[in-house]
Design a binder for this molecule. Structure first.
Ligand SMILES: [Zn+2]
Length: 120
């Protein structure tokens, strides 16, 4: 069981006090005209998700506290929480540096995208 601390309001609870929102950092295909989006891009946006063994980036919502969404970096093997960071930001720089080359998240973020808040 996960013991989660909301980075917005400080509410501490187990995972049933929060709502899992799936994989983080899924970008909607950019287009002014939806008909211009390829079937493959639309399929990837809707259905294709990473399933790493190790560090993973997720969205969570604080159901029994403030109701806000936030990002969490979690190790899927050890179940340890590596960082919380705002829903509008990319992972903190030190977490990006921890992504091993064997993880499908490797290379997804670059240093210029890194957030700077919320690491623990
Ligand atoms: Zn909260």
């Amino acid at each position: 069981m996960l013991l989660i601390t909301c980075p917005v309001c400080g509410n501490v609870g187990d995972e049933t006090d929060f709502h899992y929102g799936g994989q983080a950092h899924i970008a909607r295909p950019a287009s002014a005209n939806p008909a211009d989006v390829s079937d493959e891009a639309q399929r990837d946006y809707l259905y294709v998700r990473l399933n790493p063994k190790g560090l993973h980036f997720e969205r969570w919502r604080c159901d029994r506290g403030c109701g806000k969404w936030f990002h969490m970096a979690r190790d899927t093997v050890t179940m340890s929480i590596k960082a919380y960071y705002p829903i509008t930001e990319k992972p903190p720089r030190e977490i990006i540096a921890e992504i091993p080359p064997t993880n499908p998240w490797y290379g997804v973020f670059d240093e210029s995208q890194a957030g700077d808040g919320g690491a623990r």
